[in-house]
Design a protein around this ligand. Structure first.
Ligand SMILES: *[C@@H]1O[C@H](CO)[C@@H](O)[C@H](O)[C@H]1NC(C)=O
Ligand SMILES: *[C@@H]1O[C@H](CO)[C@@H](O)[C@H](O)[C@H]1NC(C)=O
Length: 342
C-alpha cells in the first residue's frame, strides 16, 4: 500500500494562510502535485490499489479545501480555488509504484494541469488564467516512493542492480529537475518542494528492520543523500531562473526534531503508531480491527507510515515560520509578505 507520509492537514492550513492578510480579497489559488504525502483523494476516483478512503483514514482527512482534480465537484467557480493533482504511490520515475494500477504519474499530473488551465480559460479568459496560475502557491512532493516503492521495493530490484545508491540519487535528482522546469513552463512561480522525511524511522520500517527502535539504516542513507542534493538543485534552478521560484522544505529536519525528542513535543513515543498491529504497530494498515491508542495526540505517528495530525501541525508551523534550516531560502510567512506587496 501507500508508503509515504500524509500531510493532508497541511492543505487546510496552508490554504487558509494563503488567503488571509492584506490581499484577502483576491484569494490565492493553491495547487498540489506529487505523491501520497499530499494526495487528498484522486486515487479514490480511480480503480487503484493505492487508496486511502477506507475507515478510519477518511475520518483523518476532514475538510478538503482544495479538491482532487478528478472530483466531479471540481467545476465552475470552484476551479478558481485551485486543484489537487497528487496521487498516492507515484514517484519521480515512471517505473516507481509499478505495483499499483491506475495511479496518476507525475507527467500525467502536469498534463492535467494544462487541461485545468484550458478549462479555467474558458471561464475567465487566458490572461486572467495565466495570472491566477502565476500568483498561485504550489506544493510539490516527490522522491520518497522512488526509494520505498522502487529501489528498495524488493531485494535486487532492477534499479538497485542498475545503480549504486549515490548514482541513483544523482539520476533521480536530474529527472526531478526536468519535472520542476516543466512546472515552471506551465506558469508556476511559487513552489514549495518538500524533501523526503526520515524514511527509515516510520513504524512500518522499524517493524521490519529494527531490533531496538533504531531507524532503518539503508533508507536513512537514502534520505541523507537525497535531501541535500534536492536543496542544491533547487538553489541552482532559482539562480538560473533569476528568481526565488522554488522553496526547499526540509521535511527531514522537521520530523527529526520530534523523532529524536518526542517528550519535548508532548508525545509519549515516536516509534509506536497509534493505529496498527504487530511490533511498533507497524505491520499492515490501520483498519477497524487494529490496535487503536486512546489518545492520538500523544503519538507522533498515526499509522505505520503517517505522522499524527498533531505532528503534522508541528510541521506546518515550521513551514510558516521556520528558520532557513527548515525553509530555504525563506519561510511561507515571508513569501506571503513578499507576494502581497506586488
Ligand atoms: C515518463 O513517461 C512520460 C509519458 O509517457 C514520458 O513523456 C517521459 O519522458 C517518461 N520519463 C522518463 C524519465 O522516461
Ligand atoms: C520566518 O518567519 C519569521 C516570522 O514568523 C521571521 O521572523 C523570519 O525571519 C523568517 N525567516 C526566514 C528565513 O524567512
Amino acid at each position: 500500500m501507500e508508503n509515504s507520509f500524509t500531510l493532508v492537514t497541511i492543505f487546510g492550513l496552508l490554504f487558509t494562510l494563503g488567503n488571509v492578510g492584506p490581499q484577502a480579497e483576491a484569494a490565492r489559488a493553491f495547487f498540489v502535485f506529487g505523491d501520497s504525502l499530499v494526495d487528498n483523494g484522486n486515487n479514490n476516483y480511480l480503480a487503484t490499489t493505492a487508496r486511502a478512503d477506507a475507515y478510519p483514514y477518511g475520518e483523518q482527512i476532514g475538510s478538503e479545501p482544495t479538491l482532487p482534480y478528478l472530483s466531479p465537484e471540481l467545476n465552475g467557480q470552484r476551479l478558481l480555488i485551485g486543484a489537487n493533482f497528487a496521487s498516492a504511490g507515484i514517484g519521480i520515475l515512471n517505473d516507481t509504484g509499478v505495483q499499483f494500477v491506475n495511479i496518476i504519474r507525475i507527467g500525467e499530473q502536469l498534463q492535467y494541469f494544462r487541461q485545468y488551465q484550458q478549462r479555467v480559460s474558458a471561464l475567465i479568459g487566458p490572461e486572467q488564467t495565466q495570472r491566477l496560475v502565476n500568483e498561485a502557491l504550489v506544493l510539490m512532493t516527490l522522491g520518497g516512493n522512488d526509494f520505498v516503492n522502487n529501489y528498495y521495493l524488493v531485494p535486487f530490484s532492477a534499479r538497485s542492480r542498475q545503480f549504486a545508491l549515490p548514482d541513483y540519487v544523482v539520476y533521480i535528482i536530474s529527472e526531478y529537475r526536468k519535472i520542476l522546469l516543466r512546472l515552471y513552463e506551465l506558469g508556476a512561480r511559487r513552489v514549495l518542494v518538500t524533501g523526503t522525511g526520515p524514511l527509515g524511522c516510520v513504524p512500518a520500517e522499524l517493524a521490519q528492520h529494527s531490533r531496538a527502535g533504531e531507524c532503518a539504516v539503508e533508507l536513512q542513507r537514502a534520505s541523507a543523500l537525497f535531501n541535500p542534493q534536492l536543496a542544491e538543485m533547487l538553489s541552482g534552478l532559482n539562480a538560473e531562473l533569476g528568481s526565488d521560484i522554488f522553496v526547499a522544505v526540509n521535511t527531514n529536519e522537521m520530523h527529526m526534531d520530534w523523532i529524536n525528542n518526542p517528550q519535548q513535543f508532548g508525545f509519549v513515543t515516536s516509534k509506536v503508531a497509534c493505529c496498527g498491529q504487530g511490533p511498533y504497530n507497524g505491520i499492515g494498515l490501520c483498519t477497524i480491527a487494529s490496535n487503536l491508542c486512546p489518545n492520538r495526540d500523544i503519538y507522533a505517528f498515526w499509522d505505520p507510515f503517517h505522522p499524527s495530525e498533531r505532528a503534522n501541525k508541528l510541521i506546518v508551523q515550521q513551514i510558516i515560520t521556520g528558520s532557513t534550516k527548515y525553509m530555504h531560502p525563506m519561510n511561507l510567512s515571508t513569501i506571503m509578505e513578499l507576494d502581497s506587496r506586488v
